[in-house]
Design a protein around this ligand. Structure first.
Ligand code: CTP
Length: 397
């Protein structure tokens, strides 16, 4: 394993309090054997499961546990935060996930996570009930939207003899996630990128609109991942989800989105927005009243934003999204008709691929119509794959 992308890299291992902490010792060893420089920051609770001496013996450096009694530094969390090229938290307990999701810095680990700009890979471990709890799932959604990467959890044996979802993935899988994240690195440095996201709202009157179910999560994740990989990202979106590192232009209708997009010059355009194809031609200036009876809503076409980008004099590399309710054939036809360089198809009726989910099962469709089906994965992983593809295309040009 000495030739992997982990070799020579500075990796900070965060350990929070769960039984799976024993596996993190092996993780630290694996990373060290692969040539990485590893330091460890632990919560107090984690020390109940594995002693600091064990990590010190494996990494050669005493772990940081407290913000206050570390003789090596007056500000251990900021020193630690600036040091790594990547932070991996394994195990990441429900409390640690929630602290990071909500910006709470209560101990050396959570303060370091808040202070670092390095990519963060989280390997959750907890009981199934805790993983399934809406509060944890809310935190997970926030963390994914913030651009953090989650690996796992798996199903299997948990503490106390229970079996279910919430088991930390094996160290090998965590190492693979770290390698993927590091390999992605800064390969889009300086590339001007435009991303559209969210579902448009087409006014019927000042109160009502015609809309769709798109949450904007996929597009915001695509934008955030590009920014993390060094791109200059302009995100034209209808959604209020976070998009750290991106310049955000908030719009509502297809018309507004088209106008905002036309003002952005870019080398790559990823059109992840769910744009209404038609809008009310006769939107009322005043709120329609029930007493007036059912309104007659006449529709007219909206501008095809993607096509206007493809038709530019010096067109960027264009990636389209096709959210369909049937097989991939319609998306293949669409990819060719719209002349995109890459189309990302998903079936919105498939499990885990619907609107508002954190996961997606996609098929990448190349310009020649060739299809590359993918497994169900997190939207962050889809975004990483998309940008790796785009990067290859940019390098080939
Ligand atoms: N798109 C766009 N502007 C529109 C309609 C779609 O930019 N007015 C983009 C979407 O962002 C997406 C791609 O075109 O990247 C495909 O969108 P989709 O709605 O599936 O395609 P349509 O051409 O509208 O086809 P249909 O609605 O008939 O499936």
């Amino acid at each position: 394993m000495t030739d992997t992308s982990v070799s020579g890299r500075r990796i900070l291992l965060g350990v929070s309090g769960g039984v799976a902490a024993y596996k993190s010792v092996y993780l630290a060893r694996r990373l060290g054997d692969a040539g990485a420089e590893v330091r460890v920051v632990m919560t107090e609770t984690a020390t109940q499961f594995v002693g600091t001496q064990t990590f010190a013996a494996v990494t050669g450096v005493e772990p940081v546990v407290s913000l206050f009694d570390d003789a090596r530094s007056v500000s251990p969390h900021t020193d630690l935060a600036r040091w790594p090229e990547l932070v991996v938290v394994a195990p990441a307990t429900a409390a640690t996930l929630s602290r990071l999701a909500h910006g709470l810095s209560e101990d050396a680990l959570s303060a370091t996570l808040l202070a670092t700009t390095a990519p963060i890979v989280l390997a959750p471990a907890m009981h199934t009930e805790m993983w399934d709890h809406p509060a944890t799932q809310r935190s997970v959604s926030l963390l994914v939207a913030d651009g953090h990467e989650l690996v796992g959890p798996d199903e299997g044996h948990l503490a106390g003899g229970d079996v279910g979802a919430g088991r930390m993935v094996e160290p090998e899988q965590i190492v693979a996630a770290i390698e993927q994240s590091l390999a992605a690195g800064f390969d889009l440095a300086g590339v001007d990128v435009l991303v559209t996201a969210g579902g448009t709202r087409e006014a019927i009157d000042p109160v009502r609109y015609l809309g769709n179910r798109s949450s904007g999560k996929m597009g915001h994740t695509v934008a955030t991942v590009a920014a993390r990989r060094g791109a200059n990202v302009t995100l034209v979106t209808t959604s209020s989800l976070p998009a750290p590192g991106c310049e955000v232009v908030k719009v509502e209708s297809a018309q507004e989105m088209a106008k905002a997009v036309s003002a952005v010059s870019c080398e790559v355009a990823v059109m992840a927005a769910a744009v209404a194809d038609f809008r009310p031609a006769n939107a009322s200036d005043d709120k329609l009243a029930r007493t007036e009876g059912p309104p007659k809503i006449v529709l007219e076409p909206t501008p095809d934003i993607l096509s206007s980008v493809v038709a530019r004099e010096d067109p960027p590399l264009v990636v389209g999204f096709a959210a369909e309710t049937g097989g991939v054939e319609r998306a293949v036809e669409k990819a060719k008709r719209k002349k995109v360089d890459l189309m990302v198809y998903n079936d919105v009726t498939a499990a885990g691929s619907g609107f508002g989910t954190d996961t997606n099962q996609v098929v990448f469709i190349d310009a020649d119509g060739g299809t590359r089906p993918q497994e169900l994965m997190s939207k962050t992983e889809v975004a990483q794959m998309l940008w790796t593809d785009v990067h290859h295309m940019l390098v080939q040009d």
